[in-house]
Design a binder for this molecule. Structure first.
Ligand code: ZN
Length: 133
């Protein structure tokens, strides 16, 4: 059981990284573009968790829409699971609403799916299964 990361919607990824570096000058992180090209993503590595910064690259992206509606801030929490299909089946059987009915390839080539915030107390929850598990 692990909270893999917390996703934060930001307007300017570099500025936010610099803020974290004021606290942790040796901060380790890596950046990548999302598969759909909608976002630039930075993963900041902490001991037991990562922070995922999400910057929109396109006007119509999910992150841009989120920021327009709610402003910058926490977008989702990601729970690591061993078998994403099994977890999705259990949630479906319990009528907990999923946003996607099939896992998709997310950052770092993990398999991901999202649960609807309406079914999870207002929190957007990502399930992720790491590559190679
Ligand atoms: Zn995420």
């Amino acid at each position: 059981m692990k909270v893999d990361h917390i996703g934060i919607a930001v307007k300017n990824l570099k500025e936010v990284i610099e803020k974290f570096q004021k606290v942790y000058p040796d901060l380790h992180f890596h950046t990548e573009k999302s598969k759909d090209g909608e976002m630039e993503i930075a993963f900041l590595k902490f001991e037991n968790i990562e922070i995922e910064l999400l910057e929109s690259l396109k006007e119509e992206s999910v992150i841009n829409r989120f920021i327009q509606k709610k402003g910058e801030g926490i977008h989702h929490i990601a729970l690591e699971v061993k078998n994403i299909n099994e977890s999705m089946d259990k949630l479906n059987n319990s009528h907990i609403r999923l946003i996607n009915n099939k896992p998709k390839i997310g950052s770092k080539d993990s398999l991901v799916t999202f649960l609807h915030p309406k079914g999870f107390n207002g929190v957007l929850v990502e399930l992720c299964q790491k590559k190679g598990i």
